[in-house]
Design a protein around this ligand. Sequence first.
Ligand code: GRF
Length: 200
Amino acid sequence: MKNIVILISGGGSNMKALVGAAQRENWAQRHGARIVAVISNKADSAGLAWAQAQGLATAVLSHRDFASREAFDAQLAQLIDLHAPALVLLAGFMRILTPGFVARYEGRLINIHPSLLPAFTGLNTHQRAIEAGCAFAGATVHRVTAELDHGEILGQAVVPVLSGDRPEQLAARVLSQEHQLYPAVVARLLARQAQADALS
Ligand code: GRF
């Protein structure tokens, strides 16, 4: 069975969508994979209690307790490696990761970003899309590389930018698409992997 670990910082709505899809679509039986743990860098992440109630292992690791990014990432890696994951999914995990951490999980580390990459890497994506006059916005699931919000694009969802949109209105429209996109992309990766394993 392949283990999946999810990292969050906030509300965890993408994490909930992933866990829900894994249950509904029975990823364990279909793909030989299961979500086993949710780790947050914030103790007050709303999603943690929910994840625990689903029977998942949860952990909090506050970056504030570490003197450097390297020290935080090293401890984070230890927590993750307890589960020997085949995939590590960043779902609203608001920390920039060190190159060493990214290298350790090369090929296994996936992120969702609320823009149509390569446009609008970084923060405030919805406001910047509105200000730039974009007709469309969206979200991207991509492999994580050492360069922020780069890496192979695995899937995208597109929504219209409506006239008079405020950033929070656009964000809500994009987020509801993220909840479809992220589980669909992960399920596709798992299916592809299971097929490759069967052939090898
Ligand atoms: C999402 O928009 C995600 O793309 C971005 O942060 C937000 C997290 O939302 N990286 P949630 O915690 O999954 O609700």
